[in-house]
Write a protein that binds this ligand. Structure first.
Ligand code: SF4
Ligand code: SF4
Ligand code: SF4
Length: 232
């Protein structure tokens, strides 16, 4: 009896101990190992604490700020996409009434005569250049319709002559425009020169123009020029 294993201590499981191989290890002999992959206690997420009133208000203010910032950015993008406009004269409406010379806030006026060579007739007797009954077809001042001598007449191959505007001298009176429209092709017309115009919010000429010829046009295409098609 003395060399017999107490069943409570035998763990051979082979029956060599005479315990029939059915002995089970006692609870005291079982080794519990901590699994290598077991998470550390500190890595287990703790239940989230509810935000304090201060945190809640701070979050709401940040959200409101981001919303306002987004709306302002969108508004700025829309405004910058909307194209800037400038004043211009519609030559199909203008009656060359002389108000352009007298009512611009600038002296001389920002309105100038422009010559549109593609539709000019290069006439020897230019009715935009000469008085209705000139003494002679020469460049003497008394024969010219322009009060400031702003039109240069240059001989080309006979009988053709070229007419050029000196914008420094032009005051935008429109007298040459009237003459050209009456007897010529209408190649003289008035236009606002944008290297001079200060783009008044309320253009002094627009307010007195009798023909509603002052209009706003896109700044990217600031001139309204006549063409043969528009002349009909
Ligand atoms: S005020 Fe009007 S109609 Fe008169 S010249 Fe100027 S644009 Fe032409
Ligand atoms: S916008 Fe001002 S500067 Fe330009 S043509 Fe009119 S009055 Fe003259
Ligand atoms: S007639 Fe008047 S609009 Fe024509 S070029 Fe002379 S100043 Fe200018």
């Amino acid at each position: 009896m003395a060399d017999q294993h107490p069943s409570s201590q035998c763990g051979c499981g082979s029956g060599a101990c005479g315990n029939g191989g059915s002995a089970k290890p006692s609870p005291a002999s079982i080794q519990f190992k901590k699994p290598a992959s077991a998470p550390a206690k500190s890595a287990v997420p703790a239940a989230a604490a509810p935000p304090s009133r201060r945190q809640f208000v701070g979050g709401a203010l940040r959200g409101a700020f981001l919303f306002v910032l987004g709306a302002a950015t969108s508004l700025i993008a829309r405004v910058s996409q909307k194209e800037r406009t400038v004043w211009q004269i519609d030559p199909t409406k203008c009656i060359a009434c002389t108000n352009c010379a007298n009512h611009c806030v600038l002296t001389p006026s920002a309105v100038k005569c422009v010559q549109q060579y593609p539709i000019c007739g290069y006439c020897k007797l230019c009715t935009g250049y000469f008085e209705p009954e000139p003494n002679a077809l020469n460049t003497a001042a008394e024969n010219q319709v322009c009060p400031t001598g702003a039109i240069e007449r240059r001989a080309l191959e006979d009988p053709y002559y070229e007419y050029n505007i000196d914008e420094e001298l032009c005051i935008g009176c429109g007298k040459c425009v009237v003459g050209c429209v009456v007897f010529g092709n209408g190649s003289f017309s008035l236009q606002i020169r944008h290297d001079r115009c200060v783009n008044c919010n309320e253009c002094a000429i627009a307010m007195v123009c009798p023909a509603d010829a002052f209009v706003r046009v896109p700044a990217s295409q600031p001139y309204l020029l006549k063409t043969r098609e528009k002349q009909g």
